[in-house]
Design a protein around this ligand. Structure first.
Ligand code: TXA
Ligand code: MG
Length: 319
């Protein structure tokens, strides 16, 4: 199949409306979309990514009010979150309406809904005749794509179209909050930070605070994620990396690396820049045949929590 690259949101939406699959930019990472009224396109999307069928997709809507097309029983906490953070880098898990097929939710009775703020994403979604289910636009298990070139690298020839936009502003996937149960639970950290969520919904709990018998409610989080081919090693800020670097070692972080002889170094001027650069750096390291990537652990505050989460997953440390 030939993959068309376009900068026209309208042209990209036409592919969705014909039952095709299309990658598009958002402020978090690039998404790979299929219209929820085209379940066969949703199936193709799973195949193109090599994604396990039990991992549900996030549904993207053009306007905050459109969440009512796909979700029901929206409680007061979810409403507050919508009012404060939509459009933006937040996904809310709610009870699904029957308009959302099983192929999207992997059979769950809930659906994750997001309304992106990126202007190209909004134009694209406005031209789509139904909401768009979209995981990140990368091969399953690889780092999420934060540029259209990364999408092309992973999915050229496997998808109908790429809507070409700017590199993603945030570079990390959306924050996910589950509002389908009695109390809101933070399932995945992102650019909407725990501190910001607590201002709106003080009762929110993190998955770490869940009791043993309470199953983690995000099926995708059990899969390895965000991992480059190179080995990822996290290091606390300012700590000397004592092990002599393997022949091809790289470093990303906020402070100066404290080893010599690194093949590749990305020093970030801020936490935001660290988040924006991380997945792009992982991909660069793979293209340069790096064996090991030292990643400085940023402070666990603001978006630093999301960066630490992705680093720990990439390092295979889980939680
Ligand atoms: O920023 C983002 O969220 C990007 C852009 C494209 O919107 N999307 C993204 O999708 O990161 P994906 O599929 O790579 O990650 C979605 C995560 C998965 O871990 C999945 O299991 C979880 O969201 N998820 C989706 N629907 C869910 C549901 N109903 N209940 C619990 N978790 C859900
Ligand atoms: Mg993903």
């Amino acid at each position: 199949m030939q993959t068309i690259v376009t900068d026209s949101p309208e042209e990209a939406a036409r592919f969705i409306n014909k039952g095709g699959i299309v990658a598009f930019p958002t402020e978090t990472v690039y998404g790979l979309g299929a219209g929820i009224c085209h379940p066969e396109a949703v199936e193709r999307l799973f195949a193109a990514k090599g994604r396990p069928g039990d991992n549900p997709l996030i549904v993207h809507v053009a306007k905050p009010g459109d969440i009512h097309d796909v979700a029901s029983n929206i409680g007061s906490e979810a409403e507050k979150l919508v009012r404060r953070f939509f459009p933006g880098p937040l996904t809310i898990v709610l009870q699904r309406k029957s308009a959302v097929p099983d192929a999207v939710t992997a059979g769950l009775e809930t659906v994750g809904v997001r309304c992106p703020s990126n202007p190209d994403a909004q134009k694209f979604l406005l031209h789509c005749t139904c909401p768009v289910a979209a995981p990140s636009a990368n091969l399953s298990g690889k780092p999420s794509s934060t540029s259209w070139k990364a999408v092309l690298e992973d999915l050229d020839g496997k998808i109908d179209c790429i809507l070409k936009g700017n590199p993603s502003d945030i570079g990390l996937e959306s924050t996910i909050v589950d509002c389908s149960g009695e109390m809101p639970v933070l399932l995945r950290e992102g650019a909407v930070t725990l501190e910001q969520l607590q201002e709106v919904v003080p009762s929110i709990r993190t998955t770490g605070a869940l009791l043993q018998h309470e199953t983690p409610r995000s099926p995708g989080l059990k899969y390895p994620h965000y991992a480059p081919r190179a080995r990822v090693v996290t290091c606390p800020a300012g700590k000397t990396i004592r092990t002599p670097p393997e022949p091809r070692a790289a470093y990303i972080g906020l402070s100066h690396p404290v080893v010599e002889g690194l093949a590749l170094v990305r020093r970030c001027g801020s936490l935001d820049e660290y988040g924006r650069s991380l997945f792009d750096f992982f991909r660069l390291c793979d293209s340069r045949n790096i064996d090991i990537i030292y990643c400085e652990l940023p402070p666990a505050e603001g978006i630093g929590r999301a960066i630490r989460d992705r680093l720990q997953r990439a390092a295979g440390q889980g939680h």
